[in-house]
Design a protein around this ligand. Structure first.
Ligand SMILES: Cc1cc2nc3c(=O)[nH]c(=O)nc-3n(C[C@H](O)[C@H](O)[C@H](O)COP(=O)(O)OP(=O)(O)OC[C@H]3O[C@@H](n4cnc5c(N)ncnc54)[C@H](O)[C@@H]3O)c2cc1C
Length: 466
């Protein structure tokens, strides 16, 4: 049996899907040929990058899977405008390395503004398709960093999309989860690379927004807040480590090695997060406090260790009867409601039946360009990683917990991220993403033959059927 055809997402491993064939086109021409051949054979296509989305967006059963990870061409940086054309299959570490290599020896270097935190081997195409964000204190999602991109539609036609050309497709495909075609390359807007200093303090949820906003006002570019996950403590989802990053004089000497948590540290933290949630906060905050005022680069400080397949090892080490993984969810609330939201979330999760393994608060600015915009306001973003056992009861517990969290976010006029699961009820999708029905109509318009299909799209089409 060809195991390559049995696909699954890499993090949650809860999206097993069988496809009929996998192709790895390495150029735009090969993408066009693959799509035209599929169209001639009336074969549906699914599109993947690094396979980290967790709602079945990248696979469709019985589809031809186009894996775009070989589209890795990087052109020369436009030194005047600070733009670079990059292949949609490029992952962040390769992109950063390529940019640094090209500009080696220059005083002023262009680099990325934002990327995801927590994982690096994610493609540009996947990042656009989910309209991702990082920990910028005053940033919109990645659509704001995109000048243009090339999209190949369901009949194999090429479209350049920007704010001036094919504007509607520009806003649909960014945050469009592969429903409108294959993005082959992206013209990214870069920013000058800077030295930044990490500022660390321990604080509580009621101060998070005001401190992050004050940090922003004092010139910090990035920041977030990691909260305690110890459900037996009054600190649960309340006390945490607030880090922010402030530009410093470029003449300051950079230490030879980055002062950061390495693979072994993360292995220990992950182990503790599963077995000793009081201690994990202590270890994490001790490290962060010890790194107060350490220097980093504005781009590479956004890279982080990701432990491939860590849960299989954890399951093995503790003799778990059922395999498990962490399911992520991201909730959004107007910033003034963050504390009340977190109090209610703590009440929901305090019984520990669905342990919180990791959680963060960040800020996002309103996105008024993408069609299916999730950043509908200047929100506080709350990320929860919930331990999820892969049996019927475990999945039911986690999905119920996420639905309950979405209800609380909605109560405060908030929303949730569509990337991580498809567990929301119909009424929740409709309230959190009122543009979703319009999005499905646009999909019919631009892809009437349903050339591009995924489990995520099929699920929402059926869920929202009139
Ligand atoms: C541990 C972890 C941490 C994360 N942290 C963050 C975070 O901090 N911020 C955040 O915003 N997100 C975060 N994410 C979510 C992640 O950014 C998205 O799931 C992203 O889409 C993954 O990119 P990928 O290359 O793995 O794409 P895939 O999972 O392969 O695909 C995701 C979507 O992109 C589409 N797609 C992929 N390539 C193309 C292409 N070339 N053309 C058109 N469509 C394409 C697919 O069809 C699919 O709909 C995180 C995920 C994990 C697992």
């Amino acid at each position: 049996m060809n195991t390559e055809l049995n696909c699954n997402d890499k993090h949650s491993k809860l999206n097993a899907t069988r496809v009929t064939r996998v192709l790895y086109p390495a150029s735009e021409e090969e993408v066009i040929v693959a799509i035209r051949d599929a169209a001639a054979a009336d074969q549906a296509i699914s599109i993947c990058g690094a396979r980290h989305a967790m709602g079945g967006q990248q696979f469709g059963s019985d589809t031809l899977l186009l894996d775009l990870s070989a589209l890795t061409e990087l052109q020369a940086v436009d030194q005047e405008l600070g733009f670079v054309e990059a292949g949609a299959g490029l992952m962040w570490p390769e992109l950063l390395e390529g940019l640094l290599e090209q500009q080696e020896g220059q005083d002023a270097v262009w680099s990325i503004r934002q990327k995801q935190t927590g994982a690096d081997d994610l493609t540009l195409g996947g990042s656009l398709a989910a309209n991702i964000h990082g920990r910028g204190l005053q940033m919109r999602p990645i659509i704001d960093d995109v000048e243009a991109f090339t999209l190949i539609d369901g009949s194999g036609c090429r479209h350049r999309c920007s704010r001036g050309e094919n504007k509607e497709l520009f806003g649909l495909a960014i945050g469009g989860y592969g429903c409108f075609g294959v993005i082959t390359s992206v013209l990214l807007r870069l920013t000058p690379r800077q030295k930044v200093e990490r500022l660390v303090e321990i604080t509580t949820m009621d101060r998070v927004v005001s401190v992050l906003e004050a940090r922003l006002a004092s010139g910090c570019l990035y920041g977030d807040f990691q909260f305690s996950i110890d459900e037996s403590s009054s600190d649960f989802l309340n006390r945490g480590v607030l880090s922010s990053y402030r530009p410093v004089d470029s003449a300051r000497g950079m230490p030879p090695a980055r002062n950061d948590l390495g693979t072994t540290d993360w292995e220990e933290l992950i182990h503790l997060a599963h077995h000793d949630r009081a201690k994990v906060f202590q270890v994490y905050s001790d490290f962060y406090l010890s790194s107060h005022r350490s220097l980093y680069w504005s781009d590479t400080h956004q890279l982080s260790v990701y432990l491939e397949d860590y849960h299989s090892k954890l399951d093995h080490d503790c003799g778990a009867k059922v395999p498990a993984s962490e399911m992520i969810s991201e909730l959004y609330v107007p910033r003034e409601h963050l504390t009340r939201f977190m109090e209610k979330a703590a009440t929901l999760l305090r019984d520990g039946k669905v342990p919180v393994i990791y959680g963060t608060v960040r800020l996002i600015q309103k996105d008024d360009e993408s069609f299916l915009a999730w950043a509908q306001h200047d929100f506080a973003c709350i990320i929860f990683n919930l331990h999820t056992e892969h049996d019927r009861e475990g999945i039911a517990r986690s999905s119920a917990a996420f639905r309950a969290l979405i209800d609380v976010a909605l109560e405060f006029g908030g929303s949730y991220y569509l990337t991580y699961h498809r567990w929301a009820r119909r009424d929740q999708v409709e309230r959190a993403h009122p543009q979703f029905c319009g999005f499905l109509e646009k999909k019919e318009h631009y892809d009437p033959g349903h050339r591009f299909q995924s489990e995520w799209w099929k699920h929402h089409r059926n869920l929202l059927k009139p």
